[in-house]
Design a protein around this ligand. Structure first.
Ligand SMILES: [Zn+2]
Length: 584
């Protein structure tokens, strides 16, 4: 073959091939993502041009170094690495086609630590077959690397790989320190390496010590009431009819409101645009963005307070997000003061079928716990409505109220008809996962001495402005979440609800003190300056509600944004799409 003989005859075949292949790879990225490069250049001040060319050179050399390292591998291993690289290119391009960026260190951290279902769901929502067409030229370029003859002397190979490997490490550390990830993502392969190293560097700086202790305090007996903190998944506040949505997505909750058992707090601003950030803030009460000082790792958790006040603490974790990720990274013992950690497995042991009715199973477990005795503090990370929405409610006439709906094989299509199906499917999901969840819980619970604080980790875009993604990015619409308090008929502090002024604006940051107030935690026990509780907010508070997206600890890639008062036109409002009946 001509190409093969050409490669074997040039001087320094490895270096030359790596250089030529890298040049093609860099050019290819420039051609595919020309608009991104152009926008980047336009958005930079004059000095930025120098910085941009400097980084482009640095990254181009990274591609050369990476390709050179690949040519040093023995034949079969090289084939495996090339196949893996082609796979990485496909993932990166899918990511870019959906989110207009390659994976960041945070994305990678989440991809590795979240539960299996989330991973499959994320990949299936991102993947578009068209991407294979984009990936093909990369595969061709990579396949040239296989043609370079291999060397067998191990010592020489190691010696030759030292400098390029060192270059990759040092140049990526420089990028970690000085260049925000999102603004300079230049090549799918080196970006992936960069994000991987970024995540490792971030880890090295992470906090590994114990959480702060609470001052000594003694309660003599188990409380009579139970407090349940429900953190739903991907529920957009403005799609609840409780919040004025024109479809009856939450008729049961509205009936509770009429009976005076539910105090709706309107559209709440989530702390972050994805589960990990919101949960970190919700569970530790931290209130500054980003979390530079690792307060979300150092603060006592809500379980510590509950335990101190004599509650039996239970964590129902069927979503496997924040705390599960921390456990995966930091190991057992990271979360103290927990009497029971219930996962899917615990449900299986109790013979509760969690398949599609996962959340209803949780509702039944909550009822049976409460019916047995009081004095629980239970945190629930619900399964909620992660995309694909149609997998979150039964495929039957009763549950498919709004039609047509999406199939689980379909990816997000922002055309009007695509959106109509997307929103219909989502609304059916709300009716089932939110309204039916509470119907099940309230109707099964005989011990009425309880209070529930309900919110969602973040909302969803519902492709309103053509977004192909559901959340993760800093769009304001993503932090639109529901929030309400629900009490049982015999809850001792029922009068608290009546005292909440109607005009307050709530954010996730208000939830921690709200729970402390419900538990009756004295001020002397509260070790951090938490944001005000819902019971002390006034119309003057929260004129600006902040949230963030990106790296929780503010390494490089993060943004802090806000919802002002009054909010932008249309924020906190959602409407069904299409010609179907508007009011059911
Ligand atoms: Zn989430």
């Amino acid at each position: 073959m001509y190409l093969f003989s050409a490669i074997t005859q040039v001087p320094y075949p490895r270096a030359t091939t790596a250089l030529v292949a890298a040049t093609f790879a860099v050019l290819l990225d420039l051609i595919f993502r020309f608009r991104d490069y152009r926008d980047l250049l336009h958005s930079l001040p004059v000095l930025g041009y120098m910085k941009f060319s400097g980084i482009l050179t640095l990254v181009s050399l990274q591609v050369v170094a990476l390709f050179y390292l690949i040519t040093l591998l023995p034949g079969s291993l090289r084939a495996v690495v090339i196949l893996l690289s082609a796979f990485v290119v496909i993932i990166q391009l899918s990511y870019w086609r959906t989110l207009s960026q390659f994976m960041t260190g945070t994305d990678l951290f989440l991809a590795v630590t979240v539960s299996g279902d989330h991973r499959v769901e994320a990949i299936s929502s991102f993947f578009k077959p068209l991407v294979l067409l984009y990936a093909l030229p990369y595969a061709l370029i990579l396949s040239v690397l296989i043609l370079v003859p291999s060397r067998s002397a191990l010592r020489l190979t190691l010696a030759l790989s030292f400098l390029p490997a060192l270059y990759l490490l040092v140049s990526n550390y420089a990028l970690f320190l000085y260049v925000p990830e999102r603004s300079f993502h230049l090549n799918p392969l080196t970006s992936f390496l960069r994000s991987t190293l970024h995540w490792k560097f971030e880890n090295l700086r992470g906090y590994r010590g114990p959480r702060d202790d609470l001052p000594p305090f003694h309660v003599s007996q188990r409380p009579l009431d139970s407090i349940i903190y429900v953190i739903d998944e991907s529920v957009r506040g403005s799609n609840l009819s409780l919040n004025g949505y024109p479809r009856a997505t939450t008729p049961f909750l509205q009936s509770l409101e009429t009976q005076g058992l539910l105090k709706n707090l309107g559209i709440c601003v989530a702390a972050g645009s994805f589960s990990h950030i919101s949960n970190a803030y919700l569970i530790t009460g931290h209130n500054a963005f980003p979390d530079n000082d690792f307060r979300t790792d150092k603060n006592p958790t809500i379980f510590d307070y509950a335990k101190k006040m004599g509650y039996e603490t239970i964590y129902i974790d069927i979503n496997r997000v924040y705390l599960s990720s921390l456990m995966n990274v930091a190991g057992e013992g990271f979360v103290r003061s927990l009497d029971q950690w219930m996962t899917d497995q615990s449900f299986e042991e109790r013979h509760i079928n969690l398949d599609i009715t996962k959340d209803l199973g949780v509702a039944r477990v909550l009822s049976s716990l409460l019916n047995d005795k009081g004095g629980y503090f239970i945190l629930v990370n619900k399964k909620g409505l992660h995309f694909h929405y149609c997998n979150k409610y039964p495929d039957d006439m009763d549950s498919t109220i709004w039609k047509p709906v999406m199939k689980s094989s379909e990816s997000i299509d922002p055309s009007p008809f695509g959106r109509e199906k997307l929103v219909n499917t989502y609304d059916n999901g709300i009716r089932f996962q939110v309204d039916e969840f509470f119907r099940e819980f309230v109707s099964e619970t005989t011990n009425q001495n309880y209070v529930i604080l309900y919110t969602s980790d973040h909302g969803q875009t519902l492709a309103e402005h053509g977004q192909m993604y559901t959340h993760m990015k800093p769009d304001k619409v993503i932090v639109d979440v529901p929030e309400f308090l629900l009490v049982g008929e015999r809850y001792g502090q029922k009068n608290l609800l009546a005292g909440i002024p109607p005009s307050i604006r709530v954010s996730h940051l208000n939830n921690f003190s709200t729970l402390l107030d419900l538990m009756g935690v004295p001020m002397s026990l509260r070790v951090s300056p938490y944001d005000k509780s819902i019971f002390s907010l006034t119309a003057e508070d929260n004129r600006v509600r902040y949230y963030m997206s990106g790296s929780l600890h503010g390494f490089g890639d993060y943004v802090v944004k806000m919802i002002s008062t009054p909010p932008d036109e249309g924020w906190g409002v959602s409407r069904p799409v299409g010609n179907g009946p508007k009011f059911e």
